[in-house]
Design a protein around this ligand. Structure first.
Ligand code: HEC
Length: 162
C-alpha cells in the first residue's frame, strides 16, 4: 500500500491537488498541518524539475497564473499588459522559439539582469516573482503570449505599454 502510494504520487506528478488527494486516499487519518506543509515543499521541489505540461491550454494557464497581474491590453494592472509584452519580445527576438526560451528562463528565475523589457519596466512595476510551474506549462503559456501579438498595440519595442 505504502509503495503503491509513493509510486502513484510520482507518476501523477506534480499537480499539488492530485498528490494531496492521493495522500488523503492512502491515509486513514487526515494529515496534520505540518505534514501538508512538508508535502507542499516536496511537491514544489519536484515541480521545478518537471517538464510535463498539464492539460490546460495557454489561455487557461494565463487566466489561472498571470491575469491577476497582467491585463491583456492597457490599462496595466500591476505588470505590463500581454499585448505590450508580445510586441516587445517580437522586436527583441524576432522568432518565437528564442522569445519563448527567454520568457521561460526569466519566469523560472526572474532577474533584473535578464530582463527583455529594459530597466524602466522593473522600475515602474517591480520585479516579477518566480512562477512555480512545470517547464511544459511555462513553454505553453509563453508560446500563447507570443501569439497574442496585435499590431494595434505595437509599442515599437517599448514594452512598457501605458
Ligand atoms: C504577481 C504579479 C505577476 C504575475 C502573477 C505574473 N507576472 Fe509577469 N511580470 C510581472 C511584473 C511586475 C513584470 C515586469 C517587471 C519584470 O520584467 O520583472 C512582469 C514581466 C513579465 C515578462 C517580461 C519579463 C522580462 O522582464 O523580460 C513576461 C514574459 C511575463 N511577465 C510573463 C508572465 C506570465 C506568462 C505569467 C503567468 C504564467 C506572469 N507573467 C505572471 C508580474 C507578474
Amino acid at each position: 500500500m505504502e509503495k503503491k502510494c509513493s509510486i502513484s504520487r510520482f507518476a501523477v506528478g506534480i499537480v499539488l491537488a492530485a498528490s494531496l488527494s492521493v495522500t488523503y486516499a492512502c491515509q486513514q487519518d487526515k494529515p496534520d498541518a505540518s505534514e501538508v506543509r512538508s508535502l507542499t515543499s516536496m511537491n514544489s521541489a519536484v515541480a521545478a524539475e518537471n517538464t510535463t505540461a498539464s492539460a490546460m491550454s495557454g489561455q487557461e494557464l494565463y487566466t489561472a497564473n498571470c491575469a491577476a497581474c497582467h491585463s491583456m491590453r492597457p490599462p496595466a494592472k500591476t505588470a505590463p499588459p500581454i499585448v505590450g509584452l508580445a510586441s516587445r519580445f517580437r522586436t527583441v527576438y524576432g522568432n518565437k522559439s528564442d522569445a519563448v526560451g527567454a520568457m521561460v528562463s526569466f519566469m523560472k528565475n526572474p532577474d533584473a539582469e535578464k530582463t527583455s523589457l529594459g530597466p524602466q519596466a522593473i522600475k515602474r512595476f517591480g520585479l516579477m516573482p518566480a512562477m512555480a510551474m512545470s517547464d511544459g506549462d511555462l513553454e505553453k503559456v509563453s508560446g500563447w503570449l507570443w501569439d497574442q501579438y496585435d499590431s494595434d498595440f505595437d509599442t515599437g519595442g517599448g514594452g512598457n505599454c501605458r
